[in-house]
Design a protein. Structure first.
Length: 276
């Protein structure tokens, strides 16, 4: 029979064969009974403002266009943007089975705190534990139905809510979103190291704001300086899944609630990185 160590007498040698060590506690919460989600992919960033929601929606659009059943969980509770990008308004419906996501025009299921608030401009003034519990409820209480891929738009950083999502959801992998600044090396490593500590595979890195094309001559202008993403990816032994330029047409589509019309070719490599 395997022994179990005591917190007061535990040593490195006494821990060998310990039940707690060999059978670590799982913090994953059960999926809603009306859901059958095959793959859960997190989209993360070490800091805000790098276009994480844009990448999440771009990946979802691409997989939906390939014929997969796709959903987006907007886990950025205090800064939700997915419903606005797709023009979704109003309150999500619910019954005894749970809460039902709304559908975009291209058939993607979406759940966000903005679909549960009185208006999309109502602020969420909650403390960390309440925010984290809301992410759990998006998994336990939402009736996702049959999905091939559920993309989770994570809040930035490594605090309460990202930690809860990492521990509570059965993540098959994460995609890290970055920008070209020199600072990004440290930021990407933070996100990568968190995934490593949580034993979740990093599928690759997407760089946003890589350059802007001159509308007259087509020259690529590196607004934020030269990219270091290839060096960082090589150091971490993960692939670069895309380098996205600043494109005003994409921003306009998002502002107008028409992101369902966007087919982003710059993340094409990410298609192959998705678990099959």
């Amino acid at each position: 029979m395997a022994k179990e160590c005591s917190s007061t007498t535990c040593t490195k040698s006494s821990c060998e064969g310990c039940e707690k060590k060999n059978n670590p506690q799982s913090f994953q919460v059960p999926m809603n009974a009306g859901s059958n989600v095959k793959h859960v992919i997190g989209v993360v960033s070490g800091k805000g403002g790098v276009g994480k929601s844009f990448v999440t929606a771009s990946l979802a659009n691409r997989m939906a266009a390939k014929g997969f059943r796709v959903g987006i969980m907007d886990a950025d509770i205090t800064g939700p943007s997915i419903p606005k990008m797709y023009g979704l308004k109003g309150a999500a419906s619910a019954d005894d089975n749970g809460i039902y996501p709304m559908y975009t025009k291209n058939g993607i299921e979406v759940m966000s705190i903005n679909l549960l608030l009185p208006t999309e401009e109502t602020p969420v003034i909650w403390r960390g534990p309440v925010l984290a519990n809301m992410v759990k409820q998006f998994w336990t209480d939402v009736v996702w139905g049959e999905l091939d891929y559920l993309f989770v738009d994570m809040p930035p950083g490594t605090g309460d809510v990202p930690l809860t999502a990492f521990q509570s959801l059965p993540l098959d992998g994460i995609v890290i979103v970055s920008s070209p600044q020199d600072l990004v090396r440290m930021i990407v490593r933070k996100a990568y190291n968190m995934a490593e500590m949580m034993h979740i595979p990093v599928l690759g890195i997407v760089e946003n704001y890589s350059y802007v094309k001159c509308p007259d001559c087509g020259k690529e202008i590196r607004v934020f300086g030269e990219s270091h993403i290839d060096e960082i990816a090589a150091e971490l032994n993960v692939p670069v899944l895309g380098k996205m330029p600043i494109d005003v047409t994409y921003a306009q589509k998002a502002d107008n609630g028409e992101f369902d019309e966007v087919e982003n070719p710059y993340v094409e490599a990410a298609d192959e990185a998705m678990p099959k």
